[in-house]
Design a binder for this molecule. Structure first.
Ligand code: ADP
Length: 399
């Protein structure tokens, strides 16, 4: 019986202890850790709940700060025209922006993707490897129609390299300008050298007394012609470089009719020599522009219309106003320009006839094109081989 009572007492104690423990723990479990309310069953729990509440507030604040920081970072990087890539020590992409993918011509990387999978160009790989070795590196990635520069910088912490930041810049336009400038410089040197060599040669022959007295005027004429060509070239280069620099100029209302009249007067001797007749049609046509640039454009167009004409041909300058704006056309009945070269004649130093016999500098139409762009005007060309060419200058209403 004693043993039985003990077993019963033990079971009763076990049941009572469980019940009591449940009663005690229930209100504690009922406390919502995410939002500990004000009503607590035990006063003793108040400090703990208070602490939980303040910690929760702090965590929410920090989360909010983090979210805002991340959003700001994303907003800045996504709106950058430069590409940005952040990688870790194992070349995994930690952060990237849309510009980086666009410039590297890459797909969106999935997590754990190596940055080297984004672009396989050797220059890009060199940048990544050097930066992760702790050295800054710059590389130019040249493709058929684009060109970008990659700048890679190591990210160091406590003296060890933890990753790298890569910036990708679109330098297509800059490189194209550089290439044009290099080409221009090479062309200028060549074009200056040709007349100078001719002058030098002729002068040497004269100096050595190898020329008969009656031939001297012919040789002197050579020198004169080549020197004039040289001056023409230098003047054209100066005009072009002024247009390139976009030097500030005085804008005025220019009458295209008056300007055309003056230019036809200046070119009358040349036209007569070439047996070309010139006509001007249309009334006063005022446009906003820089007088000197308008004159240069018109001069070059009319000069070409005479130079590339046929004996007995004609040049017709017509002025008109349309809904689009004021128009000036210079139509000739000359040799014309083949369709495939009609874009190229506006390039610097480009000549259809490569021999220098024409005496032109090859810069006239470049001045026309750049001058028109400076004035906000447009140039159009229609031409048929052996029939003639028509250059149209359009000053839009707003210009
Ligand atoms: P250039 O000093 O040689 O005249 P331009 O830049 O003015 O240089 O012209 C470039 C080339 O375009 C000329 O060499 C010529 O071959 C061609 N060209 C220009 N205007 C005409 C025209 N009205 N008719 C035919 N060909 C032309």
């Amino acid at each position: 019986p004693v043993a039985l009572v003990m077993v019963l007492a033990f079971c009763l104690a076990l049941w009572l202890a469980g019940r009591l423990a449940r009663q005690l723990v229930e209100p504690i479990n009922a406390v919502d850790l995410n939002d500990p309310g004000d009503e607590i069953d035990y006063e003793e729990l108040a400090p703990l709940v208070g602490k939980l509440r303040s910690q929760k507030r702090q965590i929410s604040r920090q989360m909010e700060d983090l979210r805002r920081g991340r959003e700001e970072f994303a907003a800045i990087t996504e709106n950058m025209s430069e590409g940005l890539l952040i990688i870790d020590r194992e070349t995994r992409v930690l952060s990237h922006n849309a510009a980086a993918l666009r410039l590297l011509d890459a797909q969106t990387p999935v997590e754990e993707d190596s940055v080297l999978a984004l672009n396989r160009e050797p220059g890009f790989r060199r940048c990544v490897e050097e930066a992760l070795a702790g050295r800054r590196r710059e590389e130019l990635l040249e493709r058929e129609d684009t060109c970008c520069r990659v700048l890679a910088n190591p990210v160091e912490q406590d003296g060890t390299v933890n990753g790298a930041v890569l910036i990708v810049l679109d330098v297509t336009e800059k490189e194209r300008r550089e290439a044009l400038r290099r080409e221009f410089t090479a062309n200028v040197s060549h074009e200056l050298k040709t007349p100078l060599t001719a002058i030098l040669g002729t002068a040497e022959i004269l100096e050595n007394g190898m020329v008969k007295i009656e031939d001297i005027p012919r040789f002197a004429g050579n020198i004169h012609r080549e020197a004039q060509r040289l001056i023409g070239l230098v003047n054209d280069i100066i005009k072009l470089s002024r247009l390139d620099e976009g030097a500030a100029a005085q804008w005025e209302t220019v009458d295209l009719r008056a300007t055309a009249e003056e230019i036809l007067r200046q070119l009358a001797p040349a036209a007569e020599k070439k047996q070309v007749t010139m006509t001007l049609e249309g009334g006063p046509t005022p446009v906003r522009g820089v007088p000197q640039i308008v004159e240069e454009i018109l001069y070059n167009l009319c000069d070409n219309a005479i130079a590339y004409n046929k004996p007995g041909g004609s040049v017709r300058v017509t002025l008109s106003s349309t809904a689009e704006g004021r128009r000036l056309t210079v139509a000739d009945t000359g040799i014309g320009i083949p369709p495939e070269l009609q874009e190229r004649v506006f390039e610097r130093f480009y000549r259809v006839d490569k021999s220098h016999s024409g005496g032109g500098t090859g810069l006239g139409l470049s001045i026309v094109k750049h001058g028109a762009a400076y004035l906000g005007a447009r140039v159009e060309l229609e031409s048929e081989l052996e029939k003639g060419s028509t250059f149209t200058l359009i000053f839009p209403r707003s210009a």
